[in-house]
Structure formats: structure tokens, C-alpha cells
Design a protein. Structure first.
Lengths: 288, 301, 366
């Protein structure tokens, strides 16, 4: 005869134990993820002298100060880095949206000679890593005298084969009948694109925008190669510059203030568009 | 043809495609061809744009360059440590995440944060946490001291300590993507299989090994492949931690070597850079192919 | 194994947040399922039949009430300790495992004293495969099998560890019509051969009627009637059961009992005893009509459909609640006219209370 009470009790104990371990693991990882953020905010409000007198770092501060933030904007041109990055991000994303929308529309909707070949070539370009083409691009931009200019920064990254592909897939899901109905009503192709396809594909366009904005905001390699005038630095280069020549190597609190300022816009954007951003990344984003 | 032909020559179609073709042609197709040419042009001078000969010299040069060999070694260590570790930890966390209901969204949001942060900026925080200076041993050393260890300088100290920080930070950075992919893979496994397994009295571990793992194996392989590719291209994480002079820190990566050859104090050698880039991508391509071949044997769909 | 359900109730919190009330999926279910029988749980979708099955399997916990397998109270036991076999609606075969591995799967879970050797497992799996006649498909993967074959594999997997109770959730719903007929015979055969108490859920009354030893008709979580299929068909306790069982469905009329006469419209169709004057609903089975030139029920003929051995006379009547009346008759007297007249077989006629829709008993005056 089986003792059912015993089986039941054992199952319950095991379940509780497993649950506890699960939560411990999750909290542990959450701490690892969050701690650097906590530390950077904490350090950014410690005063310079307080920070440097702590041989053993303190986990909190009783006299927070915003002086470091003032320093970050005055001692180094953080405001300029910031403005550059905003310009770079907005312009790049905007041009890219136009370019990929037109291309995706042509491939998904229009008929023309050589379309299939063009599409196959596009697809094969998806496999080309950026690192391979960046060398020539560097030489090209240098030879064109476009170093330390916005066009030099922006133009190489205004197309993405992957996003064209993503958008084309989306466009193709719109039923053909809509297009023919619009044709019968005398709608031009461009008008159809603007009035029908773009509104219907808005979720995908938003996803692409979010991914591109993240990419632009964090881009480091290309801006580093192409700018050495700090009037054109983006935040990533700025942070590197601050670290190496900025406040003097030891003014860590001011550096952290700059780091907070740089990190904040994307974090806020992410918290607003949390669902969309995560859905977008799981559809097609690897970092880097 | 499925769709009606609208214009005889289809000029309109090409017109819509034109901007993309221009940009891609100029910044992708041409450079792709050019990089091979560069890699074979010996003694290319970027100022005068002249070279003396064609051959394998550039390849042979970098293969004998100790900095390049150091970078290859670093990159391989980084790949071999971070890819399996990050995939494994991400799997563990995703399974834990999938098994709870309360606070799940909060955890998911927190775990995603590193994805949206600037690698350079947060790297600086990691540097501070790990660095040992004259003023402070840093927070991580404080913990080590609590557990009875002695302080280590992770940023300017021994090679293994530096490699540890680099791996740790890399894992921290790549984790959000992996957790996201694995949690959605796990949630796409039909609940009915778990019910079937439960009715048959399958233990949790066996259910995971025999049902969950095989069913999400395509996604795991996807992560391994993208993980390999991503880790081979590591660069900015290292810059964030150790500064731009990675050769001096012995922490350079292959991509870092390419950029150093191109620009900066040791720069001005696009031919060497091209040869190094092509070597890197032969490695990545080979490993991706091996991965794909293996996955055909192991993945169940 | 006898299965006893006592006051079994399951409530789900309402999805609509404005409504506070819970959804009652199963309401106070009492049933003693005798050992070794094939039981059909029958009802329209959302009637609580699948919930009942999941309560018996242990995948769901009841809100209140108890479940016994023989003497054992299994209410709080997890499914794995109940000794049940469960066949899922879409079979839930592991797609990455072969048929053999799928069938072996439950055996490999056994631990301790129940643990089997490899050869014992293989022979048990072969035995189960032979029982459902798939022993030649053992090395295929589920995707390479037809729907019917997958179904058999699922049954074999459920049977291989000799469960005390076998549960089948809509076992035939994913099969095409011809296969369905064949597979339901197969289920009957397997159940007879193994003698395992088997409970299956279906929304198809024909399926339930054809193979079950007993059927349970449910609606909105409440058991309407339990009994042998023919008994339930011949003696429905209420209008829902009468309507739910039988194809073509029962014909309903508004009627009236006055002075021991049953009226449909103005026609006095039957003489009754032991029933007071009242408004009623009249249900007449399609096979309860007799074509008769001087029959009491007069209807307007709209057509005759001959389908194989059956001839149905389709007609209309003002008192009918259905759009058309279907009567299945012998082929002899077929005269096409605008009016048809029927006499009724009294045991195929049921009366229901207009408000409660409960069956009203009556006797026929000879």
C-alpha cells in the first residue's frame, strides 16, 4: 500500500525548495546586472574629496552632491558630444528609414527586370561583416576629405540589408488586393506606399527605428576612426577621451556623472518602449 | 509572374532601389573587393597611394607580428570561455525565469538593461569596480578581502586577472540577447508536452534533458553561432576596460589589431589591416561552417 | 479500477476583471465509474468535460470534492503518482523521438523497485505497439506518420505502463471522417482487450453513443444525465439531452395538453393519461413519425431526401421550433403532395416543461 500522504508531502517540500533556489538565482543575476548601474549613480553623487578619501569604498553616501554633473558639462564638452550624438542618431536613422523603405517597396511590390538578381545580391550582402569593409571606407572617407564631418560619419551607415529584408517580409504580407484596389482608384505607387503600406507596417518600422537608435547611440568604432577633432566626437569617443585626457585620471566621480548622462537617454527610451524593443531584438538584433 | 507588369522597362523599380544600391555599392561592395586588393599590395603607402609589389607579404608580416599573435591568442581565449559560459548561464536563468510568474516581467526588464547601455560607458564602471589604485583597492578586491584573499589589480595586473575581467564584462554585455532568445524559445515549447511528461511521472531533470533541450536546440545553436561570430569580433569591451592602447595592455583582440593598423599611433597600414581582417573572417567562416555541420547532426529539426 | 467522483467542483477566476464571479467549469459532479468500462464524457464545447478529464488526471486541482481510484483518495496526488495514462487531443508525441523512444519514454521514468531492465522495457514497448498494430513503424518519427498512426502511438505510449485508468481527450477530433470510424472501433477493441477503465471526452454524440458503455452528458459544468447510451437516448431527462443526442436531431414543437389530449397547433396528436392541462414543449425523434393518410399531425411538405437506406421527409409546421421537420420513414408510401400527415410512435415522443425544460412523464391511453 502506498502512503499517499507521504508522497504528497515530499512533493510539496521539493517544490518549495526548488522555488527558493530559483528566486535566489534570479535575484543574484539581477544584482549583478543592476550593481554597476547603482555604483555609477552612487559614485556620481559622491564629492571628489569624499571619493578619494575612501580607501574602503562606501556603499552609500549621506552628502550627495550634483557638483560632478556640473563639472561633467563644464570641464569637458559633454554637451557637445551629446548634441553630436543626437544629430548623428537622428539623421542616420531618418535617412536609413527612407532608403530601406523605398528599397523594400521596390522588392516587395514593384516588378522590374533584374529584380530577382538584385534581391539575391542584397541577400548575400547580409553576410558581409562590417569589419571587412570598414578599412576601405576609412581610406575612401579620408581621401574625400570627409574626416571630421557629419557626412563622413553618417553616410556609410545609412543602409542596412537586414532591415530591408525585415521590412520587405512585412510589406509582402499586405494582401495584393489592396494594391489593385488602389490602382483601380488611380492611386500612384508612391501614394500607395505612403498612405497604405507605411501605416500598416508601422510596428515593424518602429522596431527598426528602436534598433537603429540603440546602434547609433552606442557606435564607437567608425566614429573613432573618422573623427579626431573633439568637436565631432560622439558620446562613446567622448567617454574614451574623458577617460584618457579629461578630468585628470583620478576624478572618477565626474567621469561617472558623464557616464550617467550618456546612459540615461537610452534607458529612458527603453523603459518607454520596453515591449517593442524586446520584441524587436528577439526578431533580429545581435549586439555589435 | 505573379504580379502585373506595370511598366515595360521597370525603370520605376530601379529608381526606388537606387539609393540603396548607391550606398551599398559604394560602402559595401566596392570596399569588399578592395580589401582583398589591399591585402595583396605590398608596401602600400596611404599618403602617396603607391605600392611596390603584389604578393603574400602582408599576410606573412602579420603572422609574424607578436602583437597579432597576442591578439589571436586573446581572442581565442575570450571566445572559448565566454561563448559556452554565457550560453549556459543564460539557459539556466531563462529556465528559472520561465518557471516563475510573480516578478517575471520585472526580472526580464532588468536583465535586458545591459543591451541598451553604451558599452564604453558601462565598461568604465567595471574598470572602477575592478581597478586597484593608490587610493583604493576597489570594490571587487574588498569582497576578495572579506573572503580572505589578497587584492589583485584586475586592470593593470596579471594577464589572467585582466582576461577574467574581460570575459566577465563580455558575458555581462551579451547576456540580455541570449536570455531574451532563450526565454522566448522556452515559452514556445507547447505546454502539452510537459503535461504528457508529467502524467508519465518524468522527473524535472529528465523532462529538461529529453524534451526541453531537444526542442529548443535550434535556438541554442543559433545562439552559439552568433555568439562565436560576436566574440571573434570583440573589441569595444576591451577598449572600455583597458583603454585604447590595447597592445601595451596585452589585451588586444584581432579586430583591435585591424583598427590599430589602420589608425592611431601605430596606424597607416591599410594593407596589413586588410590581411588581418581577411584572416579573421576566414577563421569565423571556418568555425561557423563547423558549427553548422555539427548542428545538422545534433539539432532535431 | 473503479473511479469515484464525489461533489467534484472546479472554479476558475473570471478573466473579465469587472465580473467578480468565478467561472464554474465543473459543478458538483458525482459519479461512480464501474471497473473496466468505457465511459464517454459528452457535451458541447465549454461544458466542462475536458476540465473533468484534467481533474481526474491530476493536471488540475479541484476547488472542492474528492476523487477516488478504488479505495485510494487521489485528490491531492500529482498526476505522476496516480497511475493514469493520458492521450492528448493533438497526441503530444515528442517530435524529436522515434515511435519506439516515445513509447519507451514513460517506462524509462520508473524508479526504485519499479525499475525495468532494458530488455523488459523493449518487450513491453513491443507488446504495446503490437496491441495498437504499429509494430512495423517503430523507427519512424512522428512527423512521418499519418494522423491515425500518430493516434495509435499516443495510445500505445499511454498504455505501456499499464495504467489503472486510461484517459482520452477528444481522441478522434483530429482525424478525417473515414479514419474516425475505424479508429473508434479500434479504441473499443483495445479497451475490451486490456480491460482498463477508460474515460474519453468528445463533443460528437455519435462517437460517444457508438462505443461507450456509459455516457455522461454535460452542459455548463453540470451533469445532465448519466447512463447507457441507448437508455439516455430513449429516456432523456431534459430537453438539452434530447436535443444533443441523435442525428438528425429531435424535432421540437410548441404544444399543449388539454383534457388528456396532446395538441400540436390545432392537431390533436396523442391521447394521454396522468397529466394535467398545461403548455408543453414536444420533442419527436425523426424515427417517431409514421406516414399515414389519416394521421393526426398535418405538415406542409417541402421535400424528400433519400440518403442510402434512409428516406427523410422534410416538412414544415407552424408549431415547430425547428425550421424544418425531419421524419425518417420507410420508403413504401411515397406520394408527393403538398401536405403530409403523420401518426406518431408514442415512445418516441417526449414532453418537456416550458420553463424548466425538464421531462414530463406521461402514459399513453391505448
Amino acid at each position: 500500500m502506498t502512503d499517499y500522504g507521504e508522497i504528497e508531502k515530499r512533493a510539496k517540500t521539493r517544490k518549495t525548495a526548488l522555488n527558493t533556489i530559483t528566486y535566489i538565482l534570479l535575484v543574484f543575476w539581477a544584482v549583478i546586472v543592476l550593481f554597476p548601474f547603482y555604483w555609477m549613480i552612487l559614485t556620481s553623487v559622491k564629492s571628489y574629496s569624499a571619493y578619494n578619501s575612501e580607501y574602503i569604498p562606501a556603499f552609500f553616501t549621506l552628502s550627495p552632491t550634483l557638483q560632478n554633473y556640473a563639472d561633467a558639462f563644464t570641464a569637458v564638452p559633454l554637451g557637445r558630444y551629446f548634441a553630436n550624438t543626437v544629430i548623428f542618431t537622428v539623421v542616420t536613422t531618418a535617412i536609413m528609414l527612407v532608403v530601406i523603405t523605398l528599397a523594400a517597396f521596390a522588392i516587395a511590390r514593384l516588378d522590374f527586370r533584374g529584380k530577382n538578381i538584385a534581391f539575391v545580391i542584397f541577400l548575400s550582402l547580409m553576410m558581409i561583416p562590417n569589419e571587412l569593409v570598414i578599412i576601405t571606407n576609412f581610406v575612401t572617407v579620408t581621401n574625400l576629405d570627409m574626416r571630421n564631418t557629419f557626412p563622413g560619419l553618417i553616410l556609410p551607415s545609412v543602409t542596412s540589408v537586414f532591415y530591408i529584408y525585415l521590412l520587405k517580409e512585412n510589406f509582402e504580407q499586405i494582401p495584393d488586393s489592396l494594391y489593385y484596389a488602389a490602382k483601380v482608384d488611380g492611386t500612384s505607387d508612391l501614394k500607395y506606399l505612403l498612405r497604405v503600406m507605411i501605416p500598416i507596417s508601422k510596428p515593424t518600422l518602429i522596431t527598426i527605428t528602436i534598433l537603429k537608435v540603440i546602434e547609433c547611440w552606442n557606435s564607437y568604432v567608425w566614429p573613432r576612426l573618422i573623427t579626431d577633432d573633439e568637436n565631432y566626437f560622439l558620446v562613446s569617443n567622448g567617454i574614451q577621451e574623458i577617460r584618457e585626457n579629461g578630468f585628470g585620471r583620478e576624478n572618477i566621480p565626474a567621469m561617472m556623472a558623464a557616464v550617467v548622462v550618456i546612459s540615461l537617454p537610452l534607458i529612458i527610451l527603453f523603459l518607454i518602449f520596453r515591449k517593442k524593443a524586446m520584441a524587436g531584438v528577439s526578431r533580429g538584433g545581435t549586439k555589435g | 509572374m505573379r504580379k502585373r507588369k506595370l511598366t515595360d522597362w521597370g525603370l520605376k523599380g530601379w529608381l526606388y532601389l537606387l539609393p540603396a544600391i548607391l550606398f551599398l555599392g559604394f560602402f559595401m561592395v566596392y570596399p569588399l573587393l578592395d580589401v582583398f586588393i589591399y591585402s595583396f599590395e605590398e608596401g602600400y603607402n596611404s599618403a602617396s597611394q603607391t605600392y611596390y609589389g603584389v604578393g603574400w607579404y602582408n599576410y606573412s608580416y602579420i603572422l609574424h607580428d607578436p602583437y597579432f599573435l597576442q591578439a589571436v591568442k586573446n581572442t581565442f581565449i575570450l571566445v572559448m570561455i565566454t561563448v559556452p559560459l554565457s550560453t549556459g548561464i543564460a539557459l539556466l536563468i531563462s529556465v528559472a525565469l520561465s518557471s516563475i510568474k510573480t516578478l517575471r516581467e520585472l526580472f526580464q526588464t532588468i536583465y535586458f538593461l545591459p543591451y541598451v547601455t553604451n558599452t564604453l560607458a558601462v565598461g568604465l564602471v567595471f574598470m572602477i569596480l575592478f581597478q586597484k589604485t593608490a587610493y583604493t583597492d576597489g570594490l571587487v578586491n574588498l569582497f576578495i578581502n572579506w573572503f580572505g584573499g589578497s587584492s589583485v589589480d584586475f586592470i593593470d595586473g596579471p594577464y589572467s586577472a585582466k582576461m577574467f575581467v574581460l570575459c566577465f564584462y563580455t558575458i555581462w554585455v551579451v547576456m540580455p540577447f541570449k536570455i531574451l532568445i532563450l526565454t522566448s524559445a522556452l515559452s514556445s515549447v507547447n505546454q502539452v508536452y510537459y503535461n504528457a511528461a508529467r502524467v508519465d511521472g518524468t522527473s524535472k531533470i529528465r523532462t529538461f534533458m529529453r524534451i526541453t533541450l531537444p526542442m529548443i536546440s535550434p535556438m541554442i545553436f543559433y545562439l552559439v553561432i552568433t555568439g562565436f561570430i560576436g566574440a571573434f569580433k570583440a573589441y569595444s569591451d576591451a577598449v572600455a576596460l583597458f583603454g585604447t592602447n590595447l597592445n601595451a595592455a596585452e589585451m588586444n583582440t584581432i579586430v583591435g589589431y585591424v583598427y590599430d593598423m589602420l589608425y592611431g599611433d601605430s596606424g597607416g597600414y591599410p594593407s596589413y589591416a586588410s590581411a588581418a581582417a581577411i584572416i579573421l573572417f576566414s577563421i569565423v567562416l571556418t568555425i561557423t561552417c563547423i558549427n553548422l555541420l555539427m548542428s545538422q547532426k545534433k539539432v532535431h529539426y | 479500477m473503479e473511479v469515484i467522483l464525489r461533489n467534484l467542483t472546479k472554479r476558475f477566476p473570471s478573466r473579465d476583471r469587472k465580473k467578480r464571479e468565478d467561472v464554474i467549469a465543473v459543478d458538483d459532479f458525482n459519479f461512480q465509474i464501474p471497473d473496466g468500462r468505457l465511459i464517454g464524457l459528452l457535451g458541447p464545447s465549454g461544458c466542462g468535460k475536458s476540465t473533468t478529464l484534467n481533474l481526474i488526471s491530476g493536471l488540475l486541482k479541484p476547488t472542492s470534492g474528492r476523487i477516488f481510484f478504488g479505495e485510494d483518495d487521489v485528490t491531492d496526488l500529482p498526476p505522476e503518482n496516480r497511475g493514469i495514462g493520458l492521450v492528448f487531443q493533438n497526441y503530444a508525441l515528442y517530435p524529436h523521438l522515434t515511435v519506439r523512444q516515445n513509447i519507451l519514454f514513460p517506462l524509462q521514468n520508473l524508479k526504485g523497485k519499479d525499475k525495468l531492465s532494458k530488455s523488459e522495457m523493449l518487450s513491453k514497448a513491443n507488446e504495446a505497439a503490437k496491441l495498437v498494430q504499429i509494430d512495423d513503424l517503430m523507427d519512424r518519427k512522428p512527423a512521418e506518420l499519418s494522423g491515425g498512426q500518430q493516434q495509435r502511438v499516443a495510445i500505445a505510449r499511454a498504455l505501456v505502463k499499464m495504467p489503472r485508468v486510461l484517459l482520452l481527450d477528444e481522441p478522434l477530433s483530429n482525424l478525417d471522417a473515414r479514419l474516425r470510424l475505424q479508429t473508434r472501433e479500434e479504441i473499443r477493441r483495445i479497451q475490451r482487450k486490456t480491460g482498463i477503465t477508460t474515460i474519453f471526452v468528445t463533443h460528437d454524440q455519435e462517437e460517444a453513443m457508438s462505443i461507450s458503455d456509459m455516457i455522461v452528458v454535460m452542459k455548463d459544468g453540470v451533469v445532465q444525465q448519466i447512463g447507457k447510451p441507448q437508455e439516455v437516448y430513449d429516456n432523456p431527462e431534459n430537453m438539452f439531452v434530447a436535443r444533443f443526442l441523435g442525428t438528425p436531431p429531435i424535432n421540437l414543437f410548441v404544444g399543449q395538453v388539454k383534457d388528456n389530449q396532446l395538441y400540436i397547433g390545432k392537431d390533436a396528436v396523442l391521447r394521454l393519461k396522468g397529466i394535467g392541462n398545461q403548455e408543453v414543449l414536444v420533442g419527436i425523434r425523426p424515427e417517431g413519425f409514421i406516414l399515414q393518410e389519416d394521421g393526426p399531425l398535418c405538415c406542409t411538405l417541402s421535400g424528400v431526401e433519400v440518403m442510402g437506406r434512409d428516406t427523410s421527409v422534410v416538412s414544415q409546421n407552424e408549431a415547430s421550433l425547428n425550421q424544418t421537420i425531419r421524419a425518417i420513414v420507410g420508403t413504401e408510401h411515397l406520394v408527393m403532395e403538398t401536405k403530409v400527415r403523420f401518426a406518431l410512435k408514442p415512445h418516441k415522443v417526449f414532453l418537456f416543461n416550458r420553463e424548466t425544460e425538464k421531462r414530463i412523464d406521461f402514459e399513453v391511453e391505448a
